[in-house]
Every structure is written in C-alpha cells, then in structure tokens.
Design a protein around this ligand. Structure first.
Ligand code: WT7
Length: 648
C-alpha cells in the first residue's frame, strides 16, 4: 500500500482550483469540449476571435485543428498585452552559472529586446514561415530569439546546446534552416562549451547535404575565441543596436506553425515535432497557471533547458503568457556546490520550483545537510517532470526540500503533447508518491492491452489518449505519414504515447516507463536506434544493439552490445574509443554506460534481434529469459550471460 497525502490545508487556501472545481470542470471538458475550450481559449488575446473551436480527427489522415479561424500572435500575448499593467514587473530573472552573475529583465525591457531582434531577423531576410535554428546556452537571448521568431511568424527550431555538430547539422538539414542564432560559448559548471565552433562544423556538414546557412547571429557570452566567416557571421550586439525598438507583431492564424522541436522515437532519425500557434499557447498557459497554482507576483523557477519542450512550455511560453516572473538558470545543480538550487531559491525568493527526478536523486545522494542549511521558506509548490519519480526520491523532495509544506506535482507529458496531460493540482488532488495522479481538463487517457482491447478500472497497460487537446502536436515536420504511423497506427484512432501505465482503484495513473525502444536517460529522451547507428558508424563495429537498464541516478543507463569486425579484439581502450565516438556523434547525453563485446547477437531464425533477452541480461536478471526457443543459436545467449557487464 502506498502512502496517500491529503491536500494540504495551506495549498487549499486561495487555490485557483479545489477538488470540487476539478471534478466539475473535468466533467464539462469531456462532455462538451467545444464549450469548455470556447471559454478557455479566451485566456489569450485574439486579433480576430475564433468562431470554430475544435476540428480534430484521429482517424484516416489525422487532422487536428483548434480555434482555426482565430488570429493572434504569441509574442504579443507573452509581452505586449502585459505592458500596461506590468511593464515594470520583472519578466525574467536570469541566474548565471557564476553565482555572482544575475540579471532582471522587465516586461518593458523584454518588449524592446524582442522587437529589436525581430527587426534584425527581418533585415536579413527572414520571413514568415522560414525556419530559424536556435543553438544557445541558457541566457535571456535564447528566449528573446524564440519570441522574436514568433513575432514575425518565423518557425524556430531550438537545438539543445549539449548536442554535437553532427546532431545539430541533422536538424538544420531536416527543416532546411538558413538562419542560426548561437553564442560564442556557453558556460556550465564553470566550463565553456564551444557553441560557435560547433555551429561552424555543423554548417559545413549541412552544406554537404545542400542546405546553405546564410547567416549566423552570435551572442557574445564569454568573449572566448571563435572562428568568423565575414558576411555570414553577425554579432548580436552590433545588429540590435542598429534597428528600431518597435516591431509590429505579425497576424498569425491559430494553426500557423509556431515551432519545431526534434525528439527521438523508437526508429530512425529524430522527428521534427510541429506545434502551432493558438492551441499550443492556450494549453501551455492554462496548464502553467493551474498545475502550479500560479498567482500574480509568484516567482516561478523551472530548471529545464530551453532546448527541451519543458523549457519551451514552462520557462518561456506558459509563464510569459500569464505575465509571470520566470527564472532562467544557466548553470548546473552541483556548481559551485550541491546547495546551488536551494541557494538560488533563497536568493530570489522562489515560490514554485519545477525540476527533474534525476536532479532530485543526485542531490539526495549528497545528503540532507546541503539542503537543511538553506531556508527555502519562500517555497509553496514543488514540481517533477521528465521520467517516473521513484517514491524514495518523491519523499525526500517532499519532506526534506519542501519541509512537508509544499505539494509535489508529478507532471506527466511529452514533447508531442505540448503541455502537461496527467498531473495533480495543488489545491485539489490528494497525492500518492510516484503517481502522476489524474488527467488535466480535456484529457482522456485510456489503457489498452497489446491487442488493443480497452482495459477498464484498475489495470496495467499501454497508455493512449482518445481525443485531442489544444496543445497536441499537429504533424511531423515534412512527414505527415510518419506522424500517422508513429502515433495513430498501433491502436487505430487513438494517440499512442509509447508509455506503459497502471491505473489504480482510485483512478490514479502511474506511468511505468516506455514500452518502445526509447530510452530515458536522466530525463533525456533517446532512441536505441540512434545510439546503435552511432556505434556502427565506427570502423571497428559490425553490429550493435542498445538497451536501457535501471540506473540509480540516471533512471536508465545505456547498455550496448557490440559485435566487432572479424578478427578484432574488444579491449578497454576500444570501449573508451567507442564512448568518445558516440559522444561526438550525438552528444555527451548519449554516453554509453556499459559496452559488452559480443561475438554475435541473439536473433530469431528470421534474423530479428531479440531485445527482450538483451534487456534481461542488461538488468542482470537472466534467470527469467522467457521463451528462447525461437533463437537461431542459443549458445550466443550463454556467452552473453557469462560476459555481462552489469553484475550486481
Ligand atoms: C517521456 C517524454 C515532458 C517533458 C519532458 C520529457 C517520460 C515525462 C514523466 C513523469 C513518468 C514521465 C515518459 C514520456 N515522462 N514525464 N512525470 N512520469 N514519466 O519530454 O523528452 O518528450 O519525453 O518522458 O516516458 O513518454 P520527452
């Protein structure tokens, strides 16, 4: 039996949503979605109001349209509409990697910065619908860049600064982006990251694929030395100084593309998840407000990177659409010390704190003292996102970090969903450590078994969502067929999340993790196929199979089975070389944790690799391999067990 924590009296007081309201609104949102969203769509400003609300189908060609005849602009909603009331209010608190560096940007200042940058983009020929790649550290200019794109209707594609030149190039090529915004270097944990150099390399690679980047706009962050291509490269500070501080927001239809964000799937290259304007902003802002019970004046901090969807929806768009003060942190949790998060909370009087289980586990392993020596008395709400949070980490977060005063909202969602789908609401939902609890308004989860039969009541199965919500992705950029195949074909007419999930007798949802070949390493999503293709691109590797295994800090670790070219011997030196190679191909987040050299891989007679067996061996659970009768050569497995790397 798991512990149940009733709604805290302190969280109930002044809460935007209590349990009765949750139940009522939820019922309405399912019974009459048109009416429900017609009302809540008005939380953003529209230049031309919508008359059509929902026009969505998960069948056939799959077409998803929300508020389709409405006209609006995202940067207008995140900035301009707040100016009268809160021009002098802080919009962004920036906390540098170096604890002595910080900066506050008011809504008035944000307006000027974004307008100037929008004018720079225009001056260099960026037009509505063009793709702009943003490869930036966590500095305010990253959010100016995103908002400037939305101001002129350009589609941004933010690429996480930890990705390699190859990974960046792939993303530039896929969406044929000819304008890149970056900085000389990034700064994390006291170490510089060569973003401009990586960009230069990526641009060369992209050129070989016939995508020519025309301009690179470079923010000077560290002053470190970088290469420079005159005519192509532009200094940000010089460019913004020479343009006007006003720029009219472009009129955007609700379904005009807003951004592309690449994410990993179970097969092939990362997919360009496309989100559009109106529905996305309505959903991001509404979830931000209710999930975090955001009240005017609250200081809100999400520790994600803008390179991930969490940064898009819950550092930039949701909070700014709500006129919030959002904190943006350049650094890492353990620099200069493992008290950094708690020090920042005290320094800026943070009320709402949203982070990932991997960070919680890492900080938990450093003990209570670094937390307890800080005050944290400003904290009111704690959030978790990115992977299942184990009950031990949840309890530590709640008891030690939150001093039992702050509810923990464990928010389940995905890049594809645009915003949070299953989550507690602080003033409404009794909590169970490890459960994401109940669906947000308008969200209809369903559990199905492997045959697609619907499971009712308490059950364990595959998690689908059976009707659309406004924040849902609309397509895979440039490949609608892949969109349909990936999400709507496994279980016809339903959006399949790729996650396994249990529903308990109280109707609470417990996400159990991916059921496809997607890894979640420290909250970073990665396809096993991507790591495999990085491995086989090394001259010594003939074949590779990659699986996840339980890892105390990372949640999942990366376990690689590698078959070498004939005659080669697997040495520790080669292991190291392969790790370096994968880091270079994808980025440090994809570093293999274990490499096992295997003379061959376990295959069925038809040649399919039996991943189930590989997973079991990686988990050091080879007592229960299940049916191995279809194996072409059973001795392969014996060898693998004898040479496994993950012995307890
Ligand atoms: C996958 C999506 C959502 C933004 C960050 C990750 C896992 C996410 C939770 C949670 C259990 C979670 C799922 C999901 N996941 N949040 N609260 N509990 N699992 O976005 O990179 O698109 O990854 O992350 O497996 O499918 P993403």
């Amino acid at each position: 039996m798991s512990e149940v924590y009733p709604v805290l009296a302190s969280a109930k007081k002044d809460a935007l949503i209590d349990n009765e309201t949750y139940l009522n609104w939820y019922k309405q949102s399912i019974k009459d979605p048109e009416k429900f969203w017609a009302k809540h769509g008005k939380r953003i400003d529209w230049f031309k109001p919508y008359t059509k609300v929902k026009n969505t189908s998960f069948e056939g060609k799959v077409a998803i349209k929300w508020f389709e005849d409405g006209v609006t602009n995202v940067s207008y909603n995140c900035i301009d509409r707040h100016l009268k009331k809160r021009g002098d209010q802080v919009a962004i608190i920036w906390e540098g990697d170096n604890p002595y560096l910080d900066k506050k940007i008011t809504y008035n200042e944000l307006y000027e910065q974004v307008c100037r940058l929008a004018n720079v983009l225009k001056k260099h020929g960026v037009k509505k619908g063009d793709r702009v790649t943003i490869y930036m550290p966590m500095i305010p200019e990253a959010s100016y860049a995103m908002l400037a794109c939305t101001r002129i209707g350009a589609i941004h594609s933010v690429v996480f600064g930890g990705f390699s030149p190859d990974a960046l190039a792939g993303r530039i090529v896929d969406c044929e982006s000819t304008f890149v915004i970056t900085s000389d270097e990034g700064m994390r944990g006291g170490k510089p990251i060569p973003l401009k150099d990586n960009t230069d390399k990526a641009i060369d690679i992209a050129a070989r694929h016939h995508v020519m980047v025309k301009n690179v706009l470079v923010v000077r962050r560290t002053g470190g030395k970088t290469g420079w291509a005159p005519g192509r490269d532009l200094w940000y500070h010089e460019e913004i100084a020479s343009v006007k501080p006003e720029c009219k927001p472009e009129k955007m239809k609700a379904e005009d593309p807003l951004f592309i964000l690449y994410t990993s799937g179970s097969t092939g290259k990362p997919k360009g998840v496309l989100h559009t304007t109106g529905g996305y902003l309505v959903y991001a802002s509404m979830t931000h407000q209710y999930v975090f019970d955001y009240h005017d004046g609250d200081i809100y901090w999400c520790t994600a990177d803008v390179g991930w969807v969490t940064g898009h929806s819950y550092i930039v768009y949701g909070p700014l659409a709500n006129g919030a003060t959002t904190l943006m942190f350049e650094g890492v949790p353990n620099y200069p010390s493992v008290s950094r998060f708690w020090d920042v909370i005290d320094k800026h009087k943070v009320n709402i704190f949203y982070t990932a289980p991997t960070a919680i586990r890492a900080l938990m392993s450093a003990g209570d003292e670094p937390v307890k020596k800080t005050s944290r008395k400003s904290l009111r709400i704690l959030g978790s996102v990115g992977e299942p949070i184990n009950p031990e980490a949840w309890e530590w977060y709640y008891q030690v970090v939150g001093d039992k005063r702050s509810p923990v909202v464990d928010t389940w969602w995905q890049t594809e969903t645009g915003g949070i789908l299953i989550t507690p609401l602080p003033g409404a939902t009794a909590l169970k450590p490890g459960s994401a609890t109940r669906p947000f308004f308008g969200v209809q989860p369903q559990l199905v078994d492997n045959e697609g039969d619907v499971l009712e009541g308490g059950a364990d199965g595959n998690l689908c969502i059976i009707d659309s919500w406004p924040g849902q992705m609309r397509t895979v950029y440039g490949d609608h067929k892949r969109f349909i195949e990936t999400y709507f074909s496994t279980y016809k007419g339903k959006y399949f999340t790729g996650d396994g999930c249990r529903r308990d007798k109280d109707g609470y949802y417990w996400i159990t993790g991916r059921v496809d070949d997607v890894l979640n390493v420290s909250g970073h999503r990665m396809g096993t196929a991507e790591v495999e293709s990085a491995l086989v691109s090394h001259d010594t590797v003939s074949e590779a199979a990659v699986v996840g295994y339980p890892h105390d800090l990372k949640g999942q670790g990366i376990y690689c089975y590698v078959t070498l070219m004939a005659g080669l011997e697997g040495t520790d030196e080669l292991r190291k070389e392969l790790v370096t190679h994968v880091r270079k191909e994808i980025g440090p987040i994809a570093s293999p944790d274990k490499i096992q050299f295997a003379p061959s891989l376990p295959k069925t007679r038809s040649g399919k690799i039996m991943r189930r067996i590989l997973r079991k061996i990686a988990e050091d659970d080879f007592g229960a391999l299940g049916d191995t009768s279809t194996l072409a050569d059973p001795t392969v497995v014996e060898d693998m067990i004898a040479n496994r790397q993950n012995r307890r």
